[in-house]
Design a protein around this ligand. Structure first.
Ligand SMILES: [Zn+2]
Ligand SMILES: [Zn+2]
Length: 750
């Protein structure tokens, strides 16, 4: 009978309406059978009762499935979708209140029952990732207990790509490598979706200081194991670490994420604190009397696992969901409160570990009338949600290249644009130093002989705002592409865009993109602002890019220009403090959103930002003012040129090879400047110092979206945003790409 009924309840794992209608029929059926069985004798009743527990169990599971599918249970659905793999959600006996509003605790005709839903590991169904749940229903009727399992499967919510153009560094983690950060100064948020992010010395490199000035988001674990490391924030920052945060060396000695206040009674209304959130364990045993935060300027630390500490001053509140282990007998101190769910313990072999002057209270069990007057700012569950929202989605899309504008040689082969400069001393009258491109094309060979001038230029017209110029590259220097290949004999290359559109540079499979020393690749507006000139030479006969005044080496000069023209970008010194951004309500696609009143600042926000969130925009007003006060002519062939970072060098190949920071000889590149983005979700970005202690400057202005990094930041990376939303350029329309390795380590995020 079990199987007969089962078949009747859920034919073919049917859809919603089928389930509901069969349930209605089932109630009638069971009632009828109950009547008939009651009249047929004692043995049969016992047998039926066992069936009844089974039937109750399966029908509750089906009922739940139907409820989830009926389209009005969004809260319940999101509860399930918010479960992490391995997490459980359970009823309290018959109480469906946590699952279904209006549930009761009363036993019903079905008997007493308990439901436990466990999120299992995701499954791949074709191209979709399905979330899988085990619904275990235990029913008890007349002393017979039956448990059945129903497997629920649902397509995971469609995830949009993470907000990858809101920072300089994004690691997709699509190839399972560690991110390795060596030395350098890092001013923009770092987002690393890799299992391990390691701040360590890089073998064979000079490895000087590492200075961290921005926020850090690591979906996996972060490990610090290098020499001189300084945390030097200009404004309140946060570190979000999805798994463990481990310090293996004595550095840094201070982690002050620049809280604005501390030590008040009501921490919920305190000025903003710095924030360190650790999804796993915090291990800071090798640090030597480190200060977290500063006196009265709190940096709060949240640890969802255990905390292993020795000699640590926490200037802020410390929250530990597990235990605190003392790794030495030395003193530790928490200036705020220690909210602890576990216990304080001496680690094996340690005695006398202790806190001094520290108020220790229960984190989860805190009550207003209890231990202290200060409610914890967040519960452990809040902290988990915060990690999930900060780590966010992990879907990156295949770039959709629009090749419809290419001139074709035959059906499958686009015609190549070959570029020949003339730079000889013999026939100067026929020389050519500038090549102009205003069509979509494949770049073929680039060549020049002679040394009459030292600077050549390729000018790429991107058209008007909203236009896209698409260029595909081909190998023109052995097995790589270079804007300045060995077939160019002498000069340095300037690749400048003009106009307000976007340049997409597609690097196809099998092509290595190789940047060269002292190459300038960016909008002509930057070229002008940095002292480059477009002039004529040879007695006024030839256009010529005179870069004798171009400041491509001088870091402080470049920073000075960018600080004046890019909104709220951080540098070594002080930061511009925004007083101009105001956010007002507006309606986009029928939704109420908030938008900055500065027309250059195009992003919208679902809640009103309290402080400036417009960092990275190129402020056109500031550019105009800067150019005017420095006597810079911003026009090219009579047309005003506003700088932007709308250049995207992209490859979605798993063997993508785009090199701005290292040459084909494995050595660092010198003084090449790029204003734009690299989008290569499967590529390791390598940047090495040039091995000489001369120069050092800015490497890139824009952002990097790559799988992982090995960076020794001899050069600086500065965040800037394109002048319009990326929705129009093919990065947000393609099919999802798939990570090549396991992502099971990823606990928080969507
Ligand atoms: Zn703004
Ligand atoms: Zn602002």
């Amino acid at each position: 009978m079990k199987h007969a009924l089962r078949k009747y309840i859920a034919p073919c794992g049917s859809a919603l309406f089928m389930v509901v209608s069969t349930m209605a029929a089932l109630v009638v059926l069971v009632t009828a059978m109950y009547m008939s069985v009651v009249s047929s004798g004692r043995v049969q009743i016992a047998s039926f009762n066992q069936e009844q527990a089974y039937v109750a169990s399966t029908s509750i599971a089906d009922n739940l499935k139907g409820y989830l599918n009926n389209g009005v249970s969004a809260a319940m659905q999101s509860k399930l979708l918010d479960l992490n793999v391995g997490d459980k959600m359970s009823t309290n006996g018959n109480d469906f209140a946590s699952l279904v509003e209006g549930g009761t605790r009363e036993d019903s005709e079905l008997g007493a029952y308990t439901v436990t839903i466990t999120r299992l590991k995701d499954e791949k169904q074709g191209d979709s990732t399905m979330a899988i749940y085990d619904v275990a229903v235990t029913a008890s009727t007349n002393g017979v207990v039956e448990t059945t399992h129903l497997y629920l499967m649902t397509q995971k919510e469609t995830t949009t790509p993470p907000s990858m153009i809101t920072r300089f560094f994004t690691a997709t983690g699509y190839i399972p490598n560690d991110v390795v950060v060596g030395d350098g100064v890092y001013t923009s948020e770092m987002y690393f979706d890799s299992e391990y992010t390691v701040f360590s010395d890089i073998k064979g490199e000079s490895n000087s200081d590492l200075t961290l000035k921005g926020s850090i988001i690591c979906a996996g674990s972060a490990v610090f194991s290098r020499g001189k490391t300084t945390v030097q924030c200009q404004d309140t920052q946060a570190w979000y670490i999805g798994k463990n945060l481990t310090f293996k060396n004595t550095q840094p000695t201070s982690i002050d994420l620049k809280g604005k206040g501390g030590n008040a009674n009501d921490i919920k209304n305190e000025p903003e604190h710095g924030l360190i959130v650790v999804g796993g364990d915090l291990t800071m045993t090798t640090l030597n009397w480190p200060n977290i935060g500063n006196n009265g300027k709190f940096t709060d630390v949240y640890v969802l696992g255990d905390a292993y500490i020795a000699k640590t001053n926490f200037h802020g509140n410390l929250y530990v969901n597990g235990d605190v282990y003392f790794m030495s007998g030395d003193d530790n101190k928490v200036e705020g409160y220690l909210y602890l769910n576990g216990e304080c313990k001496n680690y094996t072999g340690v005695s006398n570990g202790h806190f001094s002057n520290t108020k220790i209270v229960k984190w989860s069990g805190w009550t207003a009338t209890g231990d202290c007057q200060r409610a914890p700012a967040k519960t452990p569950a809040d902290v988990g949600k915060l990690l999930t929202s900060k780590i966010g989605g992990s879907t990156y899309l295949k770039w959709q290249i629009d090749m419809s504008g290419f001139i074709m040689e035959d059906e499958n082969t686009p015609k190549k644009e070959n570029i020949t400069f003339y730079n000889g001393n013999e026939d100067v009258a026929n020389n050519k130093y500038v090549h102009y491109i205003n069509k979509d094309c494949v770049i073929g060979e680039i060549k020049s002989k002679g040394n009459h001038v030292s600077s050549l230029a390729i000018v790429i017209d991107t058209g008007n705002k909203g236009d896209t110029r698409t260029i595909q590259l081909s190998n023109n220097d052995g097995s790589e592409f270079s804007w300045c290949p060995s077939t160019v004999e002498h000069a340095r290359m300037n690749i400048v865009t003009i106009g307000d559109g976007t340049l997409v540079v597609d690097v196809p499979e099998g092509v290595r993109y190789q940047s060269t020393h002292q190459e300038f690749f960016g909008h002509i507006g930057w070229y002008y602002l940095l002292g480059g000139k477009v002039t004529t030479t040879d007695a006024g006969t030839h256009d010529y890019f005179d870069r004798s005044g171009l400041q491509y080496v001088n870091k402080s000069y470049i920073e000075g220009v960018l600080k004046e023209t890019i909104h709220e970008t951080y540098f070594d010194g002080s930061k511009n403090s925004c007083t101009t951004c105001k956010y007002t309500e507006t309606t986009v696609d029928g939704k109420t959103v908030y938008k900055c009143t500065n027309p250059d600042h195009y992003d919208t926000y679902s809640t009103k930002p309290e402080t400036c969130v417009c960092a990275g925009y190129v402020d056109t007003g500031s550019v105009t003012a800067y150019a005017a006060s420095h006597g810079i002519d911003m026009t090219y062939e009579g047309k005003s040129q506003m700088p932007n970072v709308n250049i995207w060098v992209e490859s979605c190949s798993e063997s993508a090879d785009i090199q701005f920071g290292v040459g084909s000889d494995g050595k660092g590149l010198q003084n090449n400047l790029f204003f734009g983005y690299v989008y290569a979700p499967y590529m390791t970005y390598v940047d090495l110092s040039c091995g000489e202690n001369t120069g050092g400057g800015v490497r890139m202005v824009g952002g990097l979206i790559v799988s992982d990094y090995v960076i020794s930041g001899y050069y600086e990376f500065i965040y800037a945003r394109p002048s319009m939303s990326v929705d129009s350029i093919g990065i947000t329309t393609g099919d999802p790409l798939r990570p090549t390795g396991s992502r099971e380590w990823r606990h928080y995020g969507v």
